[in-house]
Design a protein around this ligand. Structure first.
Ligand code: NAD
Length: 143
C-alpha cells in the first residue's frame, strides 16, 4: 500500500490550524470556509491539540458556552495522537479505530508537522487499492 508520504504528496501537505488563544468562533469559521471537520492547534510551531466538530458538540454546545468567548485551549483535545511519515495507511486505520478518532496529524522525522489525514482520506485510499487488486485479478483470470 502507498506510503503516507505519497498519500500526502497527492492530497497536499497543507494543514489548517489555529492557536490555543484563538476563539472557538474563529475555528468554526475556518472549518466552514474550508469545508473540514477538524483543526490542528499549534503553539510556536508545535502541535499542542486538535479541535474537531466533536469537541465543539460535546464541550461547547452541550455546556452552553459562547463560542465567541471561549478560547480553543479550554476545549481542544490536548493529548495529540499522531502518526509519523514512516507509518502505513493500515497503521493509521488501526490508530483511528483503537483510539476512536477521525483525524490524525502526520509528523516528519524531526517532529515537524508534515500533513493531516482524515478517515475519509484513508477510506478513499483503501478503496482505490482494493479496486486495483480486483482489476489485476480480473486481468489474470481473463488472460
Ligand atoms: N473523495 C475524497 O477525496 C475524499 C477524501 C476525504 C474525505 N472525503 C469526504 O469528505 C467528507 C468528510 O470527510 P472526513 O469525515 O474524512 O473529514 P473532513 O471533512 O475533516 O476532511 C475532508 C478533507 O479535508 C482534509 N482536512 C480536514 N481537516 C484538515 C486540516 N485541519 N488540515 C488539512 N487538511 C484537512 C482531510 O484530510 C480530507 O481530505 C466525507 O463525506 C468523506 O467521504 C472525500
Amino acid at each position: 500500500m502507498k506510503s503516507l508520504k505519497r498519500l500526502l504528496d497527492e492530497k497536499g501537505h497543507g494543514v489548517f490550524s489555529v492557536a490555543p488563544e484563538d476563539t472557538v468562533f474563529q475555528a468554526l469559521n475556518l472549518m466552514a470556509r474550508h469545508d473540514i471537520g477538524a483543526l490542528l492547534v499549534q503553539e510556536g510551531g508545535r502541535p499542542v491539540g486538535v479541535f474537531s466538530e466533536r469537541d465543539y458538540a460535546r464541550k461547547v454546545a452541550l455546556h452552553g458556552k459562547a463560542s465567541r468567548d471561549t478560547p480553543i485551549r479550554e476545549v481542544m483535545s490536548d493529548k495529540v495522537i499522531y502518526v509519523t511519515l514512516a507509518q502505513s495507511v493500515e497503521d493509521c486505520m488501526a490508530v483511528m479505530t483503537n483510539r476512536r478518532i477521525r483525524h490524525l496529524p502526520v509528523l516528519g522525522e524531526g517532529g515537524e508537522v508534515a500533513g493531516f489525514l482524515s478517515i475519509g482520506d484513508l477510506v478513499k485510499e483503501t478503496i482505490s487499492e482494493q479496486q486495483f487488486i480486483i482489476e489485476q485479478l480480473e486481468h489474470y483470470i481473463t488472460h
